[in-house]
Design a binder for this molecule. Structure first.
Ligand SMILES: Cc1ncc(COP(=O)(O)O)c(C=O)c1O
Length: 403
């Protein structure tokens, strides 16, 4: 087969990019007969299309804002709305600046281009969000992983890890990590900020899932805490997104950085895309100015809680001690480990043949990966289909054991 790599002189970095397992897998999982717990998608039937239709109409009332080129930093109305949201979560904006981005994925790309040279070290959690690993790889960086436990990434290991170079960036998904669902504890947040301030390494907090908390108390964000740790505010950045709260199709996220860095980030963004879609931004600004978001979020959280419960109960009932996982207090994923040595790569084709899909855990590691994990998303299927998906997974698992 002719591939792009064999036919065209691709750049070394592009040629080295692994194709995303998740995306390849989603292709097979799109078969109508497959119950897919593989994707990391919000539930499409819960989108507030009516609210967004009204917001679109309102945005088009001012074509000079919605349809014209806009500012690299973002449309003023949306920036103000996002800043107000961040302030309401205890984040002070003095000395910081907010840049609207094309999803938080672009925020990761901007930070990577801003800071990373070939061979630079980025500290990530292990397992990690796959597309972040790809972004850092594309920037030529090496990722070094911090193991995770129930309290999130073991940041204390920063003291003992041997780095080829001093890290330039620490990237962590702080609440409900993708894929593990783990959240960084308050104690670790404070420890990390103190370490980052002393060593002058930028910590980038990625928070797409905090908005999907259904239980428990959220610790303050790293950025809010950084205000109280001497020297830390200058070494803390944050990105979040409207993808999970409103809709990923808007492709709207934001990046908060210390002022001096934000100005350099805006120059990087200008070179990438001039600005994020002004149309999408004006629609979002109209939507956020209305009164529908909270009711929408309550609906979404209620549905996700019910689905998560259904999935966890079905997994417990079907697998007992053969599968261990902890139920997260929010987010979109359950991360589970087989205790009988089942290889989730080997199991996957059988699961697909039985009519269900998941993501094998080794897809989320940049280096040697355990083969006994899997990520299950509970957001896109109603409880009965989740139960059926687990029944199919169980049948496939039993078949491999019998084989
Ligand atoms: C941890 C994490 N960060 C960032 C993103 C990117 O989100 P978006 O670009 O849609 O804002 C995702 C998407 O699933 C994610 O899981």
């Amino acid at each position: 087969m002719t591939t792009a790599t064999s036919l065209y002189p691709l750049s070394t970095r592009a040629a080295a990019l692994r194709s995303s397992d998740v995306r390849e897998l989603l292709k097979a999982a799109q078969r109508a007969d497959v119950i897919s717990l593989a994707g990391g998608l919000p539930a499409a039937e819960l989108f507030d299309a009516e609210g967004l239709r009204a917001a679109t109409r309102a945005a088009l009332e001012t074509p000079a804002a919605a349809l014209q080129y806009g500012l690299t930093e973002g449309q003023p109305a949306l920036r103000a709305a996002l800043e107000a949201r961040e302030r309401s979560h205890g984040i002070a904006l003095a000395g910081r600046s907010l840049l609207v981005t094309t999803g938080s994925q672009q925020a990761l790309d901007i930070v990577a281009r801003l800071l990373l040279d070939e061979g630079d070290v980025v500290v990530v959690q292990r397992p990690s969000y796959l597309a972040a690993l790809q972004t850092f790889a594309l920037a030529g960086a090496q990722c070094v992983g911090l193991e995770e436990d129930e309290d999130g990434a073991r940041v204390e290991d920063l003291e003992t890890l041997a780095f080829a170079r001093k890290p330039k960036l620490i990237y962590l998904v702080t609440p409900f990590a993708n894929p593990s669902g783990a959240s960084l504890s308050l104690r670790r947040r404070q420890w990390l900020l103190d370490w980052a301030a002393r060593h002058q390494v930028l910590v980038l907090e990625d928070d797409p899932y905090g908005v999907l908390r259904t239980e428990g108390e959220a610790p303050p964000s790293l950025m809010a805490l950084a205000q109280d740790v001497p020297g830390a505010a200058a070494w803390c950045g944050r990105t979040s997104t409207l993808s999970k709260a409103v809709a990923p199709g808007l492709r709207l996220g934001w990046l908060l950085l210390p002022q001096a860095l934000a100005e350099a980030a805006a120059r990087v963004k200008q070179a990438l895309d001039l600005h994020t879609s002004s149309f999408a931004q004006e629609v979002a600004a109209q939507y956020l100015a209305g009164d529908r978001l909270e009711a929408h979020l309550q609906r979404v959280r209620g549905a996700y809680r019910e689905r998560r419960r259904a999935l966890c109960e079905a997994l417990h009932a079907a697998f007992g001690d053969a599968l261990v996982f902890s139920e997260p207090e929010g987010g979109m994923f359950v991360w589970a480990r087989f205790t009988d040595g089942t290889d989730t790569r080997v199991l996957l084709p059988r699961a697909l043949a039985a009519g269900m899909a998941y993501v094998p855990g080794d897809a989320f590691y940049a280096d040697a990966a355990p083969r006994d994990r899997l990520r299950l998303s509970f957001t896109t299927e109603p409880p009965a289909r989740l139960r059926e998906g687990v029944a199919r997974l169980h049948a496939a698992w039993q078949a491999t054991r019998g084989a």
